[in-house]
Design a protein around this ligand. Structure first.
Ligand SMILES: C[C@H](O)CC(=O)C(=O)O
Length: 311
């Protein structure tokens, strides 16, 4: 089994600190990440995440100078970027490539994804390895997965990523979604897991058993809400169970990186905010977090139940 591992700490972890990682930290992080055996370090969104946020930090802007600084540190062949098609113009992909990024992941919605297809084609022409991420996959119909995965693959996407943005998938769901996607594209499938229900590791194991070969994780799980698949656990699991991965992975530097994160970035400390657990239970997106705050937990759960029914 040959797993491609992407470290998404600097990007998804940015949801915890407004994407405000100091440059010096980001460079040290990237170096230790590569030493740990990550194939790619996803360093930033290009020009913002889904919704605009004030004072967007370094790893939310993903400007050329930052890409170039990381590429000098770890080599271009390890630098990944992610983007929402609505945030960029036709100048961005060539500029990102020239600065040193070599993997780009384009986030596609289940409807209105045509602009994203144009960027897949452009990214391929420019020379990128191109992936697509299907955000909020728990809300996609099987029909939409077939349609968009086919269109993205035809446009040149090399990997289709299932992003459990709401953190609500079970291992059985993950198996089914991976199997479906793989049967459509015949190519690599990836999983981007969120840990709202504590199932990110189980879901990653299920995805791989069903044929997924690209997996996102973050150091200490630092990511939106309760975070992502915890990289240290994932690498330890691969190290223990998969000789092919074990030959390339180094747990020591990964644990040093966890120490560095905890010592430098206060928001890197793991947490399980209870409203996010409720979001995961009711498969609600993060925009509804505010609706669950302010009252008792019982009221929050009643609100979540109503929101889940009316959507
Ligand atoms: C679709 C991307 O992977 C963005 C993301 O992190 C999410 O959970 O959604």
């Amino acid at each position: 089994m040959s797993i491609v591992n992407i470290d998404v700490t600097l990007r998804d972890g940015g949801y915890r600190n407004g994407f405000n990682f100091p440059l010096d930290y980001a460079l040290k992080h990237a170096r230790l990440s590569v030493e740990s055996g990550f194939d790619w370090v996803e360093i930033a969104y290009r020009k913002g995440s889904l919704l605009p946020i004030p004072n967007l930090g370094l790893t939310g802007r993903g400007d050329d100078e930052f890409i170039a600084a990381v590429a000098r540190e770890i080599g271009a062949g390890r630098v990944a970027m992610i983007l929402h098609p609505k945030n960029i113009t036709e100048h961005d992909l060539p500029a990102m490539y020239a600065a040193g990024a070599r993997l780009v992941r384009i986030i596609l919605p289940s409807q209105g994804y045509e602009r994203g297809l144009e960027y897949i084609r452009q990214a391929k022409d420019v020379g990128f390895t191109v992936g697509v991420n299907f955000a909020r996959i728990s809300k996609w119909s099987g029909r939409a997965i077939v349609e968009v995965a086919t269109a993205a693959t035809d446009a040149g996407a090399e990997c289709v990523y299932l992003a459990d943005s709401n953190g609500s998938l079970s291992p059985v769901d993950t198996t089914d979604l991976t199997t479906l996607t793989k049967s459509v594209t015949g190519g690599p499938v990836g999983l981007h897991a969120h840990n709202n229900l504590g199932l990110a590791l189980a879901n990653a194991i299920s995805a791989v058993a069903a044929g997924a070969t690209w997996i996102d994780s973050s150091i200490q799980g630092m990511g939106k809400g309760p975070g992502n698949l915890i990289a240290e656990q994932w690498l330890a699991h691969l190290d223990r169970t998969d000789p092919e991965s074990a030959a390339r992975l180094h747990l020591g530097p990964a644990l040093e990186l966890a120490d560095l994160l905890l010592a430098t970035i206060p928001e890197g400390t793991p947490s399980l905010p209870l409203p996010d657990l409720v979001l995961g239970r009711y498969d609600l997106p993060v925009e509804h977090r505010k609706d669950l705050l302010g009252g008792s937990h019982r009221e929050g759960i009643a609100t979540a139940r109503t929101l889940a029914t009316v959507r």
